[in-house]
Write a protein that binds this ligand. Sequence first.
Ligand SMILES: [Zn+2]
Length: 215
Amino acid sequence: MSPQYESAHAEIQRLLEGNRQWAEARRRQDPETFPVLARRHEPPFMVVGCCDARMPMDQLTGTDTGELFLHRNVANQVRLDDPAIAASVEFAVGTLGVRHLIVTGHTACGGVKAALSDEPPPAVAHWVEPIHALAREVSAELEEAGSFSDRADLLAARNVIRQIENLLEMEPVRAAIRDPDRVLLLHGWLFHLETGLIEALELPMDRWRREERLP
Ligand SMILES: [Zn+2]
């Protein structure tokens, strides 16, 4: 085996060993943890986040196993032509009955930067096309933002709002929001990699009501 493969092998062993220690520590703390988790899946939160490795959602929110229903893709998109997000939303909102829908972007997002670049790799270019189109829509605002990274961070924030608007187009979300016996709150976040802090973005609720996206 070549040295590169040997060290990659050691790398994956580290993960499996880490898992063994984690499970053992959890069992020591509470022997019922895993039997209970295996029986029950009642997360209060659904999170649509970016794939970026620097956003460990449970660690950065201090939540426990079983609390976050996570859907991740490049640049945290809710594309209405994506069967994966449709299934996640149907299951989390329709079946599990989450009470919070969170879309979270982050600063220095590679997917958002790709949408602002001239020639991203082809599959990424295809995937981030809606963000590229959004950038054209808000180009005046972006121009004022200044540097490339400031523009990317502003676009990441605008993208979060746009993705919540897409969620509001989805039938399980529309039904839950209009159900008087249910609570479903919407949240848009921008995670700042530089500080580790979440910025809760202001949502244009009044405009959404006027546009009849919200009841
Ligand atoms: Zn990202």
